[in-house]
Design a protein around this ligand. Structure first.
Ligand SMILES: Cc1cc2nc3c(=O)[nH]c(=O)nc-3n(C[C@H](O)[C@H](O)[C@H](O)COP(=O)(O)OP(=O)(O)OC[C@H]3O[C@@H](n4cnc5c(N)ncnc54)[C@H](O)[C@@H]3O)c2cc1C
Ligand code: FES
Length: 274
């Protein structure tokens, strides 16, 4: 059993949690994720390891459906049934790079933070373009400002930073500095368009993929990703991949694959849909 040590609401949709898991914490690196189950009957839910705090693993969770909302109702001192990790691969850090650009959309800021932090720690300069629906849903700005030279902000409604999407200001950002590498993490549609813009400019670009996962160990095949003509499993080959050649359209089609079942499942469990 894994105890919730800390829990803070970052806004109405997103919580920060620290879960006691000493073995996971002592092996965690940027790029890793965990799978947890709330109870014996629970779904296995993947979440990125955002950081560690002593024996605790830091998580940032957007409440989107049954399990993440149930986790949102849990309190400090409550226990999770399972907490498995670190899973996936740590990202490869290139200390020879001069400057790296991170681009985050929504809760994609959570997996991006440890990656940019790792570059910052080896002396690579990092900048950030971050977008959210509105000011209230913008997360981790203070943490990013500690490690980034420049933080460029957009919101869909203009309540903070420039009005619009991250892609609207990207060309201006790219005019200001030269980047050796970019990391894009956010909704699939955003990663598709933004990584195309970056690749068209000749910038080596990586993305972090979050397909539906079941076992997280390469057994079920649910997290398939097509890159060129090769199939990869995000859980064991990723979740971070070079953006070039990823079939984002297939990923988007697969993301909604279980929506009907999720809906029926929520009704069956008396889930109060928001
Ligand atoms: C490697 C990885 C890292 C992730 N890191 C984070 C993170 O740091 N913070 C965060 O808030 N979210 C993260 N996610 C997404 C998170 O796992 C899903 O939001 C969660 O599984 C939804 O579960 P639910 O029961 O609350 O929602 P459901 O009711 O199951 O579904 C709500 C929506 O989420 C999608 N979904 C359902 N199950 C999964 C799944 N296992 N993986 C991906 N999408 C799913 C469904 O298609 C549906 O659109 C990550 C996913 C992966 C694969
Ligand atoms: S989650 Fe089953 S193969 Fe990746």
């Amino acid at each position: 059993m894994y105890k919730i040590l800390e829990k803070i609401a970052l806004n109405k949709d997103i919580d920060y949690l620290v879960v006691e898991a000493p073995l996971v914490a002592s092996h965690a690196k940027a790029g890793h994720f965990i799978l947890f189950r709330i109870d014996e009957m629970g779904e296995r839910i993947p979440l990125t390891i955002v950081g560690t705090k002593g024996d605790g693993v830091e998580l940032i969770v957007q409440k989107v459906g049954y399990t993440t909302c149930k986790l949102g109702e849990m309190k400090v001192g409550d226990f999770l049934e399972d907490f498995v990790g670190p899973l996936g691969n740590q990202i490869e850090i290139h200390p020879e790079y001069k400057r790296v650009l991170g681009i985050a959309g929504g809760v994609g800021a959570a997996p991006l933070l440890p990656q940019l932090r790792s570059y910052h720690e080896v002396g690579v300069k990092v900048d950030l373009v971050i977008g959210a629906k509105n000011k209230e849903l913008m997360i981790l700005l203070d943490e990013f400002r500690e490690i980034c030279d420049h933080v460029y902000i957009t919101t869909d409604d203009g309540s903070l930073g420039e009005k619009g999407f991250v892609s609207d200001i990207l060309d201006d950002v790219l005019d200001k500095e030269d980047y050796d590498h970019a990391i894009v993490i956010g909704p699939l549609i955003m990663m598709k368009h933004v990584s195309k813009m970056l690749l068209d400019q000749g910038i080596d670009t990586a993305v972090s993929l979050n397909p539906i996962m079941i076992d997280g160990t390469g057994m079920c095949g649910n997290c398939r990703v097509l890159i060129g003509d090769q199939t990869y499993f995000a859980c064991i080959d990723g979740p971070d991949f070079p953006a070039k050649g990823i079939d984002f359209d297939l990923l988007m089609a697969r993301q909604g694959y279980y929506d009907e079942e999720e809906h029926t499942c929520k009704i069956g469990r008396g889930y109060d849909e928001k």
